[in-house]
Design a binder for this molecule. Sequence first.
Ligand code: NDP
Length: 674
Amino acid sequence: MTKRLLNYAKDAWVAGAGAAVPVVSAISGETVAVVGSDGLDFAGMLEHARTVGGPALRAMNFHERGGMLKALAQAIMNRKEELYELSAQTGATRNDGWIDIEGGAGTFFTMASKARRELPADVVIVDGEHEVLGKTGSFIGQHVYTSLQGCAVQINAFNFPVWGMLEKLGPALLAGMPAIVKPATATAQVAEQAVRIMIEAGVLPKGALQLVVGSLGDTLDHLTCQDVVSFTGSAATAIKLQSHPVMARESVRFVAERDSINACVLGPDATPDAPEFDLFVKEVVREMTVKAGQKCTAIRRAFVPRALMDAAQQALAARLSKVVVGDPAQDGVTMGALVSLSQRADVRDAARALAGECTLAWGSIDTVEAKGDADRGAFQSPLLFRNDQPWQAQHVHDVEAFGPVCTLMPYADVEDAIALCNRGKGSLALSVFTYQPETVRAFVLGSGALHGRMVFVDRDSAKESTGHGSPLPMLIHGGPGRAGGGEEMGGVRGVKHYMQRSALQAHPRMIGHVIGQWLPGVPQPSGEAHPFRKRFGELDLGYTLHTAARTITLADVEHFAEFTGDNFYAHMDEVAAAASPIFGGRVAHGYLILSFAAGLFVDPAPGPVLANFGLEHLRFIKPVKPGDSIKVALTAKAKSLRTADMGEVRWAVAVTNQDDELVAAYDLLTMNAV
Ligand code: NDP
């Protein structure tokens, strides 16, 4: 009996009622599973997410949510072979599966580590510095992000059933938002198993993750301004979803990744024997064949200087002739199948449209030599088209043939190449193979507005280049216009898509309490104990040490100069320093001020302060002249637990002179025992 994939609704695995939609093997054409979601209580699932999943996730801080992602990624890695097995049914080679499965887990690992390093052990993200709004500083402004209180509805494409799901799910969970995930039917068996693995890992709170295999029913009818819809797929579906009246009425956030006619350019400086020429050829063929070209970021248009058209065509054809299409289970196969025969029919239709205005330089639209069942497997020959008049062509810039299809075209000069890339009307990724920095700058200025990610590859970066087609969790993925206008990932940026930014206005004491920071204008109590004697848990924000004063002499300055070798004229040359419009005479080194400040505030005995690991936001505000005396206010400004035994303490250090004028200010970071 054919396996029926299950929905995961309100923390239970349930089969959909009614007619089932088949999921078909890309290799054999057999039905490997069926999906269906009839009978699900979609409104109830949204409510469950909002009332059970959301509060549970929001009760965890960013570090705890990051720990949860790490455990989920680990669970996927532990059971990855189950996913590889299912992935092979979708036509994926082992390498394609690796990008999807281990790439997906890697995305969670990266997000988890970003959460630990870049987000607080709290639930609020502070956005930028506070703004002083009044004369005395008793009324300030501060931007913060807090979690949305709805549900993330995530609709995924068929091409990356694991990675595509996790790159959306990770930021939502980190933001404290539960999700209902809807995979594409064509590869739903892989996504369903990945969800099963995550649920069985036992680390997700109830209501945090639900799964719909099949139609989303009337889900969209029940959305509110607290929900987010994230979508990857065709422009036609994106437009349908986006025009749903509830989306406009409730101002539901909508993030879309959709069709993208990505371009790759061989720079004007390249010659056939330049390393960049080879790199370009390899990359174009790689992008055509990985995942059989079913990648939202794949290269669809390859541009070369007009004089290199023939050389580029020959080199691409020579490389394409080595591609072995077929069932990935068979030896020697380097390119797998398209996801289904119907997807192949779509690709062939698109290819025929291209053939109407291009010549076919390599491959065959309707026949294919493949290792495997050529009648039932969705195999497709790679297709390299050539068009020598790109400004006269239309389909090459507008039709996304979602398979191993690319068109080679010439350009006249850099300006022309930029205009041709931009003719795609918004893309996810643009790559340029050049050794000229001026070409890189010209592309960034001329094309940045139309491309979400720009990759520049040359002989010096090639070895470490992550390639044209790989979105990375620390960088944004998305693009304007045709590409959907969305933006995902980008490290912590992606988390903020599931949060609301608000501007707070209040007394610093109120805002400090909200964001867990001491802010200027809030009392700075002192006590008997030196702050360095207090353990992490004993230290109250605002607790301040006011040091004694120390007078800085000319001998100090000269001694410091001799000792460190810093004989800059402002410290050592009376005449030149006097002529300086800034100093008007000799002044103490900034580093001397820092060193003496430390000498004033440090408590020397071993204790809970384990290490000083840096200064931030350092400013020297007013020169210190020989004869001036300095003193320090050291205030516990913020604390963040890093491990079970250690926490980071951020100290506000204010160095003032004998007239109480601020001469230097900075944040000092120490690691303290808990
Ligand atoms: P679709 O837009 O049809 O499907 C994408 C997702 O949307 C699937 O999960 C699909 O579910 C779902 N969906 C479809 N209709 C609705 C609806 N009315 N309400 C809610 N969800 C819906 O794209 P395909 O995956 O079929 O691919 C078609 C073409 O889209 C490709 O040939 C390619 O050109 C382009 N594409 C572009 C991508 C990109 O990022 N650039 C990625 C993938 C595809 P179900 O599968 O159950 O129908």
